[in-house]
Design a protein around this ligand. Structure first.
Ligand code: ZN
Length: 244
């Protein structure tokens, strides 16, 4: 793969970071300095975001290790500024397997949030959502809320995000695979338009990028499935899969 740097490996799965992510971290550091933070303060702010990225890597490992249980290897995990992608070598057409692979990511975030909640309680810290943002930010509180938000956001039915894959798996258990994919993709594109709308009115570039990723990702997967369906009506087929 081009333009990526290896962070390490876990369970023989290579974990990479795309160069744009490094630029984002550098930009964030400069931004904190520009806001008037000290060197140490800016570094602490970047570290906090790095912790969030660590939680996203664990989320992707949730997908990858669940896929492995179904005999599906993960080519690599790559971190981008808007999130991570676990590239699975293939996606099973078995809806039950797609369901478990998709929910494993958000389940990891819920698990992390539960542990952080226990730590917050054990140390007598506030669990309030005000810990998410300054001036009341606490590392444990902020990370707990971020993990809850990551789980909730990823479970929205925005195919090809996790919730969209859950929707496709559920639909595919009731109707032909191509039709289930088409409906999930339309739903995903509808969600992408909503993300785009809120991205524009809230001036949130991350949400705008996610909107584009979902809109074109849904279109591409629906196209690949429809093409394969046409090419081999009854032949066994495995769709490509990128678990976001
Ligand atoms: Zn995911």
């Amino acid at each position: 793969m081009k333009n990526v740097y290896k962070l390490g490996a876990f369970a023989r799965i290579g974990i990479f970071v795309h160069w744009t992510t490094l630029v984002m971290f550098a930009g964030l550091f400069l931004y904190y300095l520009w806001l008037g933070a000290s060197l140490g303060g800016a570094l602490a702010g970047v570290m906090l975001v790095a912790f969030v990225f660590g939680c996203v890597i664990l989320h992707e490992l949730g997908h990858a290790l669940t896929a492995r249980r179904f005999g599906i290897a993960t080519l690599d995990i790559t971190m981008y500024p808007i999130g991570g992608i676990a590239r699975l070598e293939r996606m099973p057409r078995e809806p039950r397997q797609e369901f478990w692979i998709a929910v494993a990511g958000p389940a990891v975030n819920l698990g992390i949030a539960a542990v952080l909640c226990a730590l917050n309680l054990a140390t007598g810290r506030s669990l309030g959502i005000d810990t998410l943002l300054p001036p009341h930010t606490t590392v444990l509180g902020m990370l707990m809320w971020v993990n809850l938000l990551l789980a909730g956001f990823n479970l929205l039915p925005a195919f090809p995000m996790d919730g969209g894959r859950v929707l496709r798996a559920w639909l595919a258990s009731k109707m032909p695979y191509a039709r289930a994919t088409r409906i999930a993709a339309w739903t995903g594109q509808g969600m992408a338009v909503l993300f785009g709308f809120f991205g524009v009115i809230g001036f949130n570039p991350v949400l705008l990028f996610i909107a584009l990723f979902v809109f074109f990702g849904a279109r591409e997967e629906a196209r690949v499935v429809a093409e394969a369906e046409r090419a081999a009506r009854n032949a066994p087929f495995e769709a490509p899969y990128n678990a976001a």
